[in-house]
Design a protein around this ligand. Structure first.
Ligand code: HEC
Length: 245
């Protein structure tokens, strides 16, 4: 019987441990393909966020010094390149803009980023940042295929360029989105822009759960330990019963 017992013990271990190591990224958008364990990508994402998003989006639950420690950013570097609204490393990341101004300028509040990747998903945000297209009827000059009529301007237009959306002209699907055409080039190639957005959503996933990477690594070790322990228990079991049989 021990083999059967061993098998069911193994199954139990896997049932408990697998959810720990599987990714929590779901949704109906193509995968963003980011990896929170890639520190270089997170560092680039932090730079992207500070330079292109933090003017409007705060990250109120995140402290600068936690960022520096987790992402291996020296404090001097942090102060020089990433801290725009504060000079105290123990501060959380705020924006210089007040809520009233945001409402006045955009008609809608830019949401805080601390949990945005958890509430929307990284795939969604990746698609959203690829979804801006020219629309002169909008006050911002752009619309978005993912969030129709969004109040957010296309703050990455310099990098991506400007795309035009082509909608289906005929048939039952008339009026549905078909494809984008890049009508005005940006400073990045489409591949470089993908990478830029991937690093940015990676950073957003990291700040949504700073211990995520560690938790997943831990899950692997726990699984390995349990597997090893099962092996020892099996051998011990054999040893105990050796003289009885
Ligand atoms: C000029 C101000 C401004 C900047 C800069 C800005 N945003 Fe926004 N963002 C907004 C506003 C306003 C909204 C609210 C949009 C709405 O509700 O239609 C928003 C909403 C969002 C949302 C939520 C969309 C949703 O489904 O609710 C995401 C994600 C987002 N921004 C990502 C970013 C990222 C990433 C950057 C940096 C690359 C960025 N934003 C830079 C103004 C800004």
């Amino acid at each position: 019987m021990p083999i059967k017992k061993l098998a069911s013990a193994l199954a139990a271990v896997l049932l408990v441990a697998l959810p720990l190591v599987s990714s929590a990224n779901e949704g109906s958008y193509p995968p963003a393909g980011n990896d929170v364990r890639n520190i270089a990508s997170l560092q680039r994402g932090a730079r992207n966020y500070m330079n292109y998003c933090s003017g409007c989006h705060s990250a109120k639950f995140v402290r600068y010094n936690r960022l520096a420690a987790d992402l291996n950013i020296p404090e001097a570097e942090l102060k020089k390149n990433l801290m725009f609204t504060s000079d105290k490393v123990a501060d959380t990341i705020k924006t210089a803009m007040t809520a009233e101004d945001a409402k006045k300028w955009f008609g809608n509040l830019p949401p805080d980023f601390s949990l945005i990747a958890r509430s929307r998903g990284t795939d969604y945000i990746y698609a959203f940042l690829h979804g801006f297209y020219r629309d002169p009827s909008r006050p911002t000059g752009v619309n978005n295929t993912v969030l129709k009529g969004t109040a957010m301007p296309h703050v990455l237009a310099d990098l991506q360029g400007v795309q035009t959306a082509v909608f289906k002209a005929e048939g039952a699907e008339k009026g549905e989105f078909e494809k984008f055409e890049l009508t005005q080039k940006g400073t990045l190639t489409p591949e470089q822009y993908d990478e830029f957005v991937r690093d940015t959503v990676n950073f957003l996933q990291y700040i949504g759960e700073p211990i995520e990477a560690k938790r997943k690594d831990l899950g692997v070790w726990v699984t390995l330990f349990l597997l090893m322990f099962t092996g020892f228990a099996y051998l011990l079991n054999k040893e105990y019963w050796k003289d009885v049989h």
